[in-house]
Ligand binder design. Structure first.
Ligand SMILES: Nc1ncnc2c1ncn2[C@@H]1O[C@H](COP(=O)(O)OP(=O)(O)OP(=O)(O)O)[C@@H](O)[C@H]1O
Ligand SMILES: [Mg+2]
Length: 510
């Protein structure tokens, strides 16, 4: 099959105070799955955005099959066969339209001049695109708003390949997916390489995925390419991490010893979140880190949000230090000294239009006020501390959060609540999209919160994380708790067994 090559020569991209790309020389050819890895803020998304035409201010040159091209608009990129699927899939879809309309969106928009739209043909072409991906479980007539995240991603990939597509960019596609959904995505990605001879540029912080499906990889650090190699059976995640961070790194997250105290927080028979949380009971002791395990869609986020008052409760109670709390909205939760780091940081976790310093103090402004004056000195001191502790990559604490890389926005969302003075800290997938080094920092800070005698609720579908950081784990399925496990006596297989709907009693009785 004919090979098409996309390459760069000395491509640079500068933002005020940040050299996001520094003379990058990169090359990829069709028929390969190529990983781009690097710490948060290394420049991965920036480079991909150059290819996708969304960074028109780049300098240096891009070549398609050796011919120089100027990729200054998304349309130009698409016309030249470069398609991108962003991580925040929702922003690229129209939820009130059907799957078929979303897949064929570009064609429909282009066709606006003529009043006649052949909907039969639109549906047929959309179905054809899904068939090429071997995706059979999505009906082209369904509304996109009713799809799961993984299905939405498939719709976007279908949209990409039904247009001219030689280079497909997937920026952290697996971050929100469950293991099975990830497997499905990998199957699709591999088939695109094999049957359609497409090049896939794949960004992920889960390095074992890189070893699993990529043919080659590029490591970026501080806007530069520091390494480029094929993936061989000898390649290890450890060596990749060391190249990413530029230093040796032991990837282990030992549980730090913390004195466990009294039971002080309890959720009794909690139901709500429009039926997605059913009769949930659990407790937390002082100093304890309690995990909430379960697959994507098990109701973990719904549980966190119901406790925090973002979703409506229909029954049950929440008790802190023996007193029943009245929490009907997040403001009341905060007043009762609860904190929540939500999963969808851009929508709920940070104020992207505000500065890093503002966000890091937003959860505890009263701490930084004298009478009604904000003490800027204290706000800045607090911000500098967390920028340091979490390694938030930003030119200054006055930078607007929208200008940070995805992982660094997540660190701000976490840091915001670490600064607050609460009793119960709820973390919902706090490490999604953060690099391994930062993950270790976040774990360390969460351990510190526990050490101060607070309670931590840690929801995650990464069972390995739960096993390394928690004391006890509750496993959810279908909005209910299936099992309570003591972390040191359990393992991934047992958690998985309950995650798919086995109930602990049933097992004990069997
Ligand atoms: N619009 C912008 N304005 C200012 N700086 C920006 C802008 N976009 C990106 N940056 C900066 O450029 C650098 C590279 O960011 P980029 O988003 O490419 O990182 P990344 O490797 O994708 O990281 P992550 O793993 O966190 O997604 C970061 O320091 C980031 O703060
Ligand atoms: Mg990124």
């Amino acid at each position: 099959m004919e090979k098409i090559t996309l390459s760069t020569k000395d491509v640079s991209m500068e933002y005020p105070g940040v050299k996001a790309l520094n003379k990058v020389n990169f090359e990829i050819s069709t028929g390969e799955i190529h990983a781009i890895v690097g710490a948060n803020g290394a420049g991965k998304s920036t480079l991909m955005n150059v290819f996708a035409g969304s960074n028109p201010g780049y300098t240096g040159q891009v070549f398609l099959n050796g011919e120089p091209i100027e990729i200054r608009t998304p349309n130009f990129a698409k016309k030249h066969g470069i398609q991108i699927v962003y991580q925040e899939v929702d922003t690229a879809l129209v939820p009130s339209l059907s799957v078929a309309e979303n897949i064929m969106l570009n064609d429909i928009v282009m066709n606006q001049k003529s009043s006649f739209m052949n909907w039969g043909a639109v549906r047929k072409a959309a179905a054809e695109a899904l068939k090429r991906l071997n995706v059979t479980n999505i009906n082209v007539r369904s509304l996109v708003q009713n799809l799961t995240l993984a299905e939405k991603q498939m719709v976007l990939i279908a949209r990409a390949i039904q247009a001219e597509c030689n280079f497909l960019i997937l920026d952290e596609p697996t971050a929100p997916l469950s293991d099975t959904e990830t497997e499905e995505l990998f199957r699709v990605v591999k088939s695109l390489r094999e049957s359609e001879n497409i090049a896939v540029m794949f960004i992920s912080h889960r390095l074992h995925e890189v070893l699993q499906i990529c043919d080659s990889y590029t490591v970026m650090r501080n806007g530069e390419i520091v390494h480029n190699a094929p993936v061989t059976p000898e390649t290890t995640t450890k060596e990749i991490v060391e190249k990413m961070l530029g230093r040796s790194f032991e990837e282990n997250f030992p549980k730090e010893e913390v004195k466990i105290g009294e039971k002080f927080f309890e959720v009794r028979n909690l139901s709500g979140a429009y039926g997605k949380v059913n009769n949930v009971s659990f407790y937390v002791k002082r100093g304890e880190i309690v995990g909430i395990a379960g697959l994507v869609g098990a109701g973990k986020s719904e549980l966190c949000k119901t406790i925090f008052g973002s979703y409506k409760k229909t029954g049950g109670s929440i008790i802190l230090d023996g007193k029943e709390l009245k929490i009907n909205n997040p403001a009341q939760a905060v007043k009762n000294r609860l904190a929540l780091v939500p999963e969808e940081r851009r929508k709920e976790g940070v104020l992207v239009q505000e500065t890093v310093a503002f966000n890091l103090s937003a959860a505890c402004l009263d701490k930084f006020c004298m009478m009604s004056f904000v003490q800027t000195g204290k706000v800045n001191e607090n911000a500098n501390r967390f920028v340091q502790d979490l390694g938030i990559k930003t030119p200054s604490i006055k930078q607007h959060v929208r200008n940070l890389s995805g992982g660094n926005q997540q660190k701000v969302a976490v840091g915001k609540w670490l600064a607050a003075d609460c009793d119960i800290y709820i973390f919902d997938e706090p490490t999604k999209g953060v690099d391994v080094g930062a993950k270790q920092d976040i774990f360390h800070l969460i351990n510190n919160i526990a050490r101060e005698g607070n309670g931590v609720i840690y929801a995650s579908c990464e069972n390995s994380e739960l096993l390394s950081i928690t004391d006890r784990i509750y496993v959810m399925f279908g909005g209910e708790i299936m099992a309570e496990l003591v972390t040191k006596d359990t393992n991934e297989d047992e958690i998985m067994n309950y995650s798919v709907g086995t109930r602990a009693e049933a097992k004990a009785g069997a």
